[in-house]
Design a protein around this ligand. Structure first.
Ligand code: SDX
Length: 378
């Protein structure tokens, strides 16, 4: 079948058959392997959701215990990876540190080139368990603190908060971060997942797949929006300023960060869940940002929702992360340490029925040109 017209951003173009997740953008619905996101956020954990996404079914108690125990064994970083993080400029962005560290981590494992079942399992466990450790370690090292040894007794969310702040993680905050990781773990064929599938289709190893996906996620139109939402709320400063500033931005054709989505034309179901946690945490801390965010959401929805431009996952996630004590420039890295599971599930799925991605183009350049010697060029 040949497509003759260029489709900007491949909007609406199916590029693979996938059984991992489903989004119904008209009805604010997101399912992982057929289970809706509200149910998973309420009843599941990030570790259980990882098993569901990677293996296509909820684990038995024994399977989950083994998965968690095996995962915790692969949490530590090689000291040379920590040395690499120490060499990176402290003013570099954490997403750049993450994208630098991931291929370096892979270099220690020769089996990365042989995706047999056991090798795939090990690659998935290592990447899922080590990304949060890289994020926390880079932050501690860039601020002059000692790096901490990961704790196998804590879940991924708890160990991340422990390594980031160097204190016993609060159970309420740990559970909220655990839910955030569930919400961000997978989302059909978004830009970073597509980037990962293209690299997977060349049979590059999973550390390259994740590194390419990290590059795509780092952009402000994709994973980088959550940081910018908080900057916008800070600039607006109070609920009373929201309406005028939003109208100014819309008239100036400035994008409202945290709003709009290629698929959702109603509110993103993840935004609804995150809004609840943002309120809970801001009421607990006395932060004024929740009230500002709600005023911005109302003002932006007034002028944008009739065009299907509604709050997306990034609108409240930054507020939640700030209240969890996560540094602002680490917000996208927290998105990445959740989405790595989705990228790996798509890597596995791509290899099951692979054909290298090689689209075509519509040539609009010149042809049959003559070579003009440099001395005769104008
Ligand atoms: C994520 O794909 C996924 O699943 C991604 C994600 C995931 O889990 O992986 O859900 C995570 O990336 C969420 C999105 C985070 N990004 C932002 O919040 C950045 C702000 N949003 C926009 O840049 C935009 O909405 C996108 C990038 C998210 C979607 O862009 P589209 O589908 O390409 O839409 P578009 O840019 O072509 O916009 C269509 C119209 C334009 O107006 P016109 O030129 O037709 O007049 O809608 C307007 C846009 O200007 N518009 C907005 C807007 N988003 C779209 N106007 C104001 N504010 C916005 N946020």
């Amino acid at each position: 079948m040949s497509v003759t017209e260029i489709v900007p951003g491949l909007e609406g173009v199916p590029i693979a058959a996938s059984a991992i997740s489903r989004v119904d953008g008209q009805n604010s619905l997101l399912e992982y392997r057929g289970l809706n996101i509200e149910t998973l956020a309420e009843h599941s954990t990030f570790e259980e959701t990882n098993f569901l996404l990677l293996y296509g079914k909820l684990p038995t108690r024994r399977e989950l215990d083994d998965f968690i125990r095996d995962g915790a064994r692969h949490r530590r970083l090689k000291y040379r990876v920590i040395d690499l993080l120490k060499c990176l400029p402290e003013h570099g962005h954490p997403m750049e540190a993450l994208q630098a560290a991931v291929p370096a981590i892979g270099m220690f494992y020769p089996e990365r080139y042989h995706p047999g079942t056991e090798q795939k399992r090990l690659s998935c466990l290592r990447l899922i368990e080590k990304l949060p450790v890289v994020v926390a370690s880079f932050h501690r090292l860039r601020t002059g603190d000692d790096n901490l040894i990961p704790r196998p007794d804590l879940n991924i969310a708890g160990n991340f908060l422990y390594m980031l702040r160097g204190e016993e993680p609060d159970p309420v905050r740990t559970r909220i971060l655990d839910v955030c990781l569930i919400l961000h773990a997978e989302h059909t064929m978004n830009a970073s997942t597509f980037a990962g599938r293209v690299v997977a289709s060349t049979l590059a190893h999973p550390y390259c797949v994740v590194s390419s996906a990290l590059g795509a996620l780092s952009g402000p139109l994709h994973g980088g929006a959550n940081e910018q939402v908080l900057t916008m709320l800070e600039r607006i400063g109070s609920p009373a300023n929201a309406r005028a500033e939003i109208r100014r931005m819309v008239e100036a054709k400035e994008k409202i960060m945290g709003f709009g989505h290629r698929v959702y034309k109603t509110i993103d179901p993840r935004a609804k869940i995150l809004k609840k946690y943002a309120e809970q945490l801001c009421r607990r801390s006395g932060s004024r940002f929740y009230d500002i965010a709600v005023a911005v959401e109302e003002a932006a929805s007034e002028v944008l929702s009739d065009r299907g431009i509604c709050p997306n996952v990034d609108f409240y996630s930054g507020l939640v992360y700030a209240e969890l004590g996560i540094p602002r420039d680490c917000f996208t890295s927290v998105f990445a340490m959740a989405r790595v599971t989705g990228w790996l599930a798509h890597w596995i799925e791509q290899l099951e029925d692979n054909r290298i991605f090689r689209p075509t183009q519509k040539y609009v350049g010149r042809s049959g040109e003559s070579y003009v010697p440099i001395e005769r060029r104008g």
